[in-house]
Structures are given as structure tokens and as C-alpha cells.
Design a protein around this ligand. Sequence first.
Ligand code: ZN
Length: 388
Amino acid sequence: MDLEFRGSVIKQVESILHEAIKAGVSDIHIEPYEKKYRLRYRIDGVLQEVSSLQFNQKDAMVSRIKVMADLDIAEKRRPQDGRIKFRSKDGNEIDIRISILPTQHGEKVVLRILDKSQLQLKLESLGFDEEILKDFRKAIHNPYGMVLVTGPTGSGKTTTLYAALNELNTQEVNITTIEDPIEYNLEGINQTQVHEEIGLTFAHALRSILRQDPNIIMVGEIRDKETAEIAIRSALTGHMVFSTLHTNDAASAVSRLVDMGVEPFLLASSIRMVMAQRLVRKICSNCKAEYKPDLQILKDIGLQANGTYWTGEGCEACNHTGFKGRTALIELLVFDNTITEKILQNADAGELKIIARENGMTTLREAGIEKVKNSVTTVEEIYRETVL
Ligand SMILES: [Zn+2]
């Protein structure tokens, strides 16, 4: 490969990284197809095509990224993972997680940008309503018990828990986490990475953490009965435990844990609160305009056809998407007496949801409708992200 060509590839990779960091991109996708080499960015949770790259730079681009991440250049048939540290134009050192996957037309690279300067670690900055914030704070400041956050990948669960840990992080308490992967390094918090291949699972690490006299423990995710049981036992023996589950709503977290084999009475006595969370895009304030949403969608959501609705028309400020930034939709299932009683009676998720709503719980969909009414987001955003 001649020097000039190599030089231009090195520059190309650099400029993609600088541009993406500046634009607040979370993931860069570099994808080879039969006749095209595509570059896409994920901004505010949604992928956008940026441009086509030069097809003849395909292999050289991947090699350059492999060199930066200290990966095996010769290996082209197996997936590889790595990390690079990259200095942004304003001098911040940024962690970038690299994943390389062989596809039919070459290796696809995804670069996840972990820009700590963009990380909002204050509970106030997560977009929670005042009441929700108050209830969440009350739950996390308990001396012991468990708080669960649920939602799909990319719903902001980890950020919420990091913000909770950040608020509780003082020199008087020992905070330890077990994560897969560790997304951001948090000052003053002991973070442990899961290593399944050497047997360091969530459950195994959790047992060791308990010997280290912790006050607060975060378990990245509860995936199995063993982890669930140790976590709950910890919550019942004087520790504050935070974790996440992949369920669609707050009430389903209870049935998921019961399905894993955890006894309902253990859940009823350990859990303080389950929070379900989604992120929706905010309408760009620079190009906000009235519009008529699809009638069928309005009908499905239960909104008036003749109401006033807003969207973003697209402008320079929002990359012509009509959206800028995201906000959280929250559903809080507080474990009060009525809820714990129902759990002890083996109530399913549907029954729990009904009782919780009678007690004033706002569902994700309702939280979304509120944000539509306040012209924060669009009807389509909440239609996509929430169910009835
Ligand atoms: Zn705009």
C-alpha cells in the first residue's frame, strides 16, 4: 500500500472520529456492502446515514482501526473486540469501544464512543418529573433494600443507576459494582468487570463483593436465579442493591424474577421500587412546528384528532432530523403495602399493574402522552417506544 494512500486513510479515520465526537454521536457504523461502503452515526438513539466512504479504502480503514485498537490485522474471519483512547479536539481523552464483525462483503466496524464529558451524572439532568425524582430519591436513600430499573438496551438504565450511585458516593460508604461491560469509570466507586470465560460471573463476583464490607452494590444485570437470589439476600441483610432487568414494564420485573425461581415473599420484603424507563427524542426547539399526526396512531394512543401537535421540521441545528437530545419516560412501581400483599398472593404482572394504577402509578404510555401534550416530543416517538 503506498504511503500517500495510507496517509489519507489515517486522516479519514481521524476526521470521522473528531466529527462524531463533536456531533454527540454514540455509535459509528462503518459497513461494507457489495458496491458501497457506508458510514452511519447513531444520534439520540437513531441511526443516520452520513455519507459513503471510498470503496477502495474498505480494507485499509479496518486495518487502521485494528492498529489503533491493538488488534490482529491478519485475522479477518473471526470477530474481534477492543478499545482505543482518543484525544478529542478540545483535549479530552475519550474511550472508544471497537467491535469488528466479518460480514459477507468484508468486516463491519462499530465504534462506541464513551465520552465522559457528555455523561450526565446528576439525577436532576435525567429529565424526570419532580414527583418521580422525589420518589426515586427516597427509594435510593434507603439504608438497605433493592431498587430495580427495567427497559430494553439503550433505554438509559445504566445512566440512571450511575446517577444514583453518584449521588450516594461519599467517603463514608463503600460502593462496589459488578458490570458487563463497565461503561464509564466512576471516581470513588469500585467497579468490577464480569469475565465469564474465567468463571467470574455476576453471581461469583457478587459473592466476593459481599466479603468486602460493601454498603451499596450495583449488579449490572440480573440474568439468572443465582444472581437474583444473592442480590436479594444482600438487600435483606443490610445492603442497598441496584440492578437492571430487561422487561417491558415495571410490573413484569416481578413476574420475571418469579419465573427465574425466586420466592415471591423474598421479592416483597426486599424490593423498594421498580422503575421502567424509555428514552424518547425531544423536538428541536429551533424548527418546531405544528403538524397533523397519523389519525390511526392518534386513535391507538387515545388522543384527540383535532388536538394541537408539534414536531420538528428539520434544520441545520438538528442535522435535519427535527429532534435534538432525549428525555426519559418513567413508570414507577413503588412497593407499598397493597403491592407487596398482592405479590404475596402470587398476583401476575397484569394484576399488579392494575393495582398500581389505582394507587396512582403513571404508565410509560401516560408519561409519554404528557410529554406530547407539553410539546416535548412527538406522537410517533411515544407510539414507537411504549405500549398500552
Ligand atoms: Zn431543528
